[in-house]
Design a binder for this molecule. Structure first.
Ligand code: BGC
Ligand code: CA
Length: 289
């Protein structure tokens, strides 16, 4: 079997998986249950930490602990003393926005975007948080910021808007974190779902979870479909490589928005899946602030 249910957890909006190579554990969030999760594949244990707001994304910090993108902005979080400390709180974000997908780039900056909760207005942006905690709005006019990841050589940044069913590639300057020359990387067909979270494998191919499309799709660097893996849930949200060989593709999913009939048809909606990917990932970058 290529696809297994790793944790039968029925999250509301499971998202943002990050593999910790040292701990051999998967951190992830349930945006709408306001929780951080930590899954240990070896034992099957899943621990949770409550958050005071929606939690859209997290990254591991190089010196330990986490940086999290809550509804109101960026915070540091210590899992042991359970303390949140504000790192940067962007002003001028509309009330109906919240943070969504985010990731650390390989140079140690943390990026996270916002979305209109109504999923209609282009009020979302993508922010870049530097290790010195300077925070810059890098992209605006986005409905649902998603699909953020970088090529292995860090010369390309991928970023998507689920609301526009589009993922773009940008030239990325690893030394400065500047972006330029946006072009369309992938535009999904309605039946295939909207682009949600993504990760890049060691061959530079991009794995995208396609929300509403029951699938994870591997794209080559030119944006052509290389492989499609169907899942037993309609709303996969984000892939992340993990396991001792970094060759298990963990995939979070969501049960939010499904009516009783849809839930009956996909009883594992919201669970965490493990896919035998046949290729390996790269260790996840850490925030250097
Ligand atoms: C968001 C959801 C949204 C989905 C599909 C996810 O990243 O958290 O709110 O419905 O993308 O666009
Ligand atoms: Ca997402």
């Amino acid at each position: 079997m290529d696809v297994q249910c790793a944790l039968d957890c029925r999250s509301l909006l499971g998202e943002g998986p990050v593999w910790d190579v040292g701990e051999q554990r998967l951190y992830w969030v349930d945006i709408k249950r306001w929780q951080i999760h930590r899954f240990t594949p070896e034992t099957g244990a899943d621990e949770t930490w409550p958050m005071p707001e929606d939690i859209g994304a997290l990254a591991l910090r190089e010196g330990g602990g986490l940086v999290v993108a809550l509804r109101s902005g960026f915070y540091f979080y210590d899992l042991i003393d359970r303390r949140l400390v504000p790192a940067a709180l962007p002003e001028d974000e509309p009330e109906h926005n919240r943070f969504n997908d985010g990731n650390a780039d390989r140079q140690g900056r943390f990026w996270a975007g916002t979305m209109d909760e109504g999923e209609k207005l282009p009020t979302g942006s993508l922010f870049r948080l530097q290790p010195d905690l300077a925070c810059h709005k890098m992209i605006d006019g986005i409905i649902i910021s998603n699909t953020l990841c970088w090529s292995p050589d860090s010369h390309v940044m991928y970023h998507g808007d689920s609301g526009q069913r589009t993922v773009w590639a940008w030239d990325f300057d690893p030394a400065t974190g500047e972006i330029d020359n946006r072009r369309v990387f992938v535009r999904t067909a309605v039946a295939d779902g909207v682009p949600d979270g993504a990760t890049v494998d060691s061959e530079g191919f991009v794995w995208i979870a396609q929300w509403g499309g029951w699938r994870i799709v591997r794209y080559d660097p030119a944006g052509r479909v290389a492989r499609t893996i169907m899942l037993p849930v309609a709303q996969p949200t984000c892939p992340m490589f993990g396991g001792p060989g970094l060759d298990i593709l963990f995939v979070t999913s969501a049960s939010i928005g499904l009516d009783a009939e849809a839930r009956a048809a996909q009883p594992q909606a919201g669970s965490l899946f493990a896919v035998n990917a046949g290729v390996n990932g790269l260790p996840e970058a850490r925030f250097r602030g």
